[in-house]
Design a protein around this ligand. Sequence first.
Ligand code: PMP
Length: 440
Amino acid sequence: VLDYFETRCQGSKRLSEQAKQVIPGGVQHNLAFNYPFPLAIREAHDAHMTDVDGNRYIDFLQAGGPTLLGSNYPAVLVQVQVLLNECGPITGLLHEYEVKLAELVCQVMPGVDMLRMMGSGTEAVMGAIRLARAYTGKKRVIKIGGGYHGWSDQMVYGMRLPNTGRMEAIGIPRGATATTQESLPNDLEAIRRKLMWNRLRGGTAAVIVEPFGPESGTRPVTRDFNAGLRKLCDEFDALLIFDEVVTGFRAGMGGAQGYFGIKPDLTILGKCLTGGYPMAGGIGGRRDIMMMLVGGIGTTTKRAFVGGTLTANPLSCAAGYFALLEMQRTQAAVKAGRAGDRLRQGLEQIIERLGLPYVAYNMGSIVHLQTSGVMLLDTSNLLKLIRVKNEAKERKHMMEEMGAAYTAHGIITLAGSRIYTSLADTDEVIDDALNRFEDV
Ligand code: PMP
């Protein structure tokens, strides 16, 4: 495997060495921290990418989720080009596409009456939590153990460095996480106990959850868990926040809330919201809560303040609007989901045939290929427990090495353990991938 990188990826190696001089670690995002070094990509279309050395890959990273239509979808690109010619990426004033995007999101997402664009998923989470506190007048926030809600001070609570296990809290004052609590997935009783404890200590403003489970379903949660959270939040007058950065439009146009039929009070959007274009973040929710963002200008009206020079720029909004229209027209979530099913079934057969210590499972277009202890699965809302024997001591490093091996066989995954399928994944692409996985 390392041979492949040494002989076939010299251009990437050179560029990543050069990058290290001026960019910390040589990468701008953790996703690109590939082992043994990051690949530099020159071209990306549909289900494939080509690196600067001319090697072609099946693209199961899909930028970490946003490109449900496949990379650089032509019908969106054309509209973005028209807009850029007309008014450029930003004016600071209102543009029609901001309204069109918001109208469309409100129409398809059950829990969204109004939408506010933000710069990223992280920012949207920060804004939603502020809104929840402003609306309820309470302070504590409960998140689900292992869940990722961006890198804000208050939300990295409980995050651990992959190899050392130490808290990833350097540079974060203790006070910043004092009102954040973490509770295990699928344990409603533990959350009830926290809600009761909090009642006498400033109250609970919100419970925030990735509705398919922490880390995009790496630890799946059930529909019943989500429904239970809805009930508990109502009982304790806390807001339920669905972080749909990954599931938004990927689990269907209505997101996980549409899939499960459960309405959160606030919804965090990102990734697919702008179809892979920059500034992917949005807070959606109930009208009465969302209106807390508006204070009369120059008055003392209570207002939850958020900002952002480039939020709601016409570029992101046009890209998002046309991408969502295409997702709707093509039934992208359903088709990418079928590709995910086909891939998972094939992977299961390979695992079974070769007797590998792996488990493959998927929730539509989000496919997990894991080697680990115990997995709690919630596919098609069926809860089952799967035990996987794992001989590997260093799971994380093993997944990294597997990721490199997949790359050397022409497949890019997310850290060797997660796969996002897209509308561009035809049966031929999936079958080609399965042959390569089998070789690895
Ligand atoms: N929430 C979830 C569930 C996410 O998966 C992510 C990003 N992977 C975020 C929030 C943060 O979004 P962003 O990277 O746009 O800040």
